[in-house]
Design a protein around this ligand. Structure first.
Ligand code: KIV
Length: 271
C-alpha cells in the first residue's frame, strides 16, 4: 500500500510511516522557486535545500562559504513554490558546530524567515548538544553521517567513508545517538552499502542514502547532477536522468544563431 498516495502534505510522521510500510522516500535538492514548483508537481516526497547550493548555484569549490542569509534566500524561494513536499534546509558551516545556543539561534532564524519544515546538520556525537537544543525548541532535525562535506578540510578528500572498522563503528554509534536524540531521519552519504543496510536495520527512523546502496529507506541526489547539467561530476553512485548540459547548449546555440542571422524575432514575434 502506498502511504503517500493522496496525502496533501508530507510530514516527518509520514516519512516514519513510509519506513514502517516499506515505501521508499524520494528526495532531491532544490534551491529556487521555478524548479521547486516542478519537483512538487512531480510528487517528490522531500526537497532538501542543501548547502550544495554553494557548489551548484554559486560556483564555490566547497559547501563552506555559503551563509545563513543565502540559505534563507534559497529556502524561502523554495517555500513559495511548495504545497506538498516536506522541505528540509541545511544549517550552513560554522552556524552550529561547537556552540549549541548559536545552533538553536540559526535553526530558529531559518525556520522563521523561510517557513521551512525541518533542518539538517552534519555529524554525530560531536553535535549532539546542538541537536538536543534544536529539538527542544520543536524543530525537526535530519542527521547526516558518512561523507560530511562541511568537514572536507579535516578529511582532505571526498572518497568513500567508513571503510575501516573504527570509522564504521563510530558511524553505528552516531546513528544510535541521532535516533535516541529524536532526529526524524539520517542521511547516509558515500559509505559501503553493507554498512548502510546494517544501520538502516538497526534504527527505527528512516535512512536516506546518497552513494549508500539500495538497502536504505530512501534516496537523495543533487538536482544539477541527476539532470546532467554538471558534466564534470560523475561519481559511481550518480545516475543521470537527463543530459541537460547538451540540451541547454543546443538551445543557446540556436538562439545565438537566430539573433546573429536576424531570424529572431520574426513578424509574428513583434508588435
Ligand atoms: O547539501 C546537499 O546537497 C546534501 C546532500 C548531498 C545530501 O547534503
Amino acid at each position: 500500500m502506498q502511504v503517500t498516495k493522496n496525502i496533501p502534505k508530507i510530514t516527518t510522521h509520514v516519512l516514519q510511516e513510509m519506513k514502517l510500510k516499506g515505501e521508499k522516500i524520494a528526495m532531491l535538492t532544490g534551491y529556487d522557486y521555478s524548479v521547486a514548483r516542478l519537483l512538487d508537481e512531480a510528487g517528490i516526497d522531500v526537497i532538501l535545500v542543501g548547502d550544495s547550493a554553494s557548489n551548484v548555484m554559486a560556483g564555490h569549490k566547497t559547501t563552506l562559504p555559503i551563509t545563513i542569509d543565502q540559505m534563507i534566500y534559497h529556502a524561502s524561494s523554495v517555500m513559495r513554490a511548495v504545497k506538498r513536499a516536506l522541505v528540509v534546509v541545511d544549517l550552513p558551516f560554522g552556524s552550529y558546530q561547537g556552540n549549541s545556543k548559536e545552533a538553536l539561534h540559526t535553526a530558529i532564524r531559518i525556520m522563521k524567515e523561510s517557513g521551512c519544515n525541518a533542518i539538517k546538520l552534519e555529524g554525530g556525537a560531536e553535535v549532539k548538544e546542538s541537536i538536543d537544543r534544536i529539538l527542544s525548541a520543536g524543530i525537526p532535525v535530519l542527521g547526516h553521517l558518512g561523507l560530511t562535506p562541511q568537514s572536507i578540510n579535516k578529511f582532505g578528500t571526498y572518497v568513500v567513508r567508513a571503510t575501516e572498522e573504527r570509522e564504521a563503528e563510530k558511524l553505528r554509534r552516531d546513528a544510535k545517538i541521532l535516533e535516541e536524540a529524536g532526529c526524524f531521519g539520517i542521511v547516509l552519504e558515500k559509505i559501503p552499502a553493507a554498512l548502510a543496510a546494517e544501520v538502516t536495520d538497526s534504527v527505527k527512523i528512516p535512512t536516506i542514502g546518497i552513494g549508500a546502496g539500495s538497502h536504505v529507506d530512501g534516496q537523495v541526489l543533487v538536482l544539477h547532477d541527476m539532470l546532467g547539467i554538471n558534466q564534470e561530476f560523475s561519481p559511481r553512485f550518480l545516475r543521470r536522468y537527463h543530459n541537460l548540459h547538451d540540451e541547454m547548449i543546443k538551445a543557446f546555440l540556436a538562439y545565438i544563431h537566430d539573433v546573429k542571422s536576424g531570424e529572431f524575432p520574426n513578424e509574428r514575434e513583434q508588435y
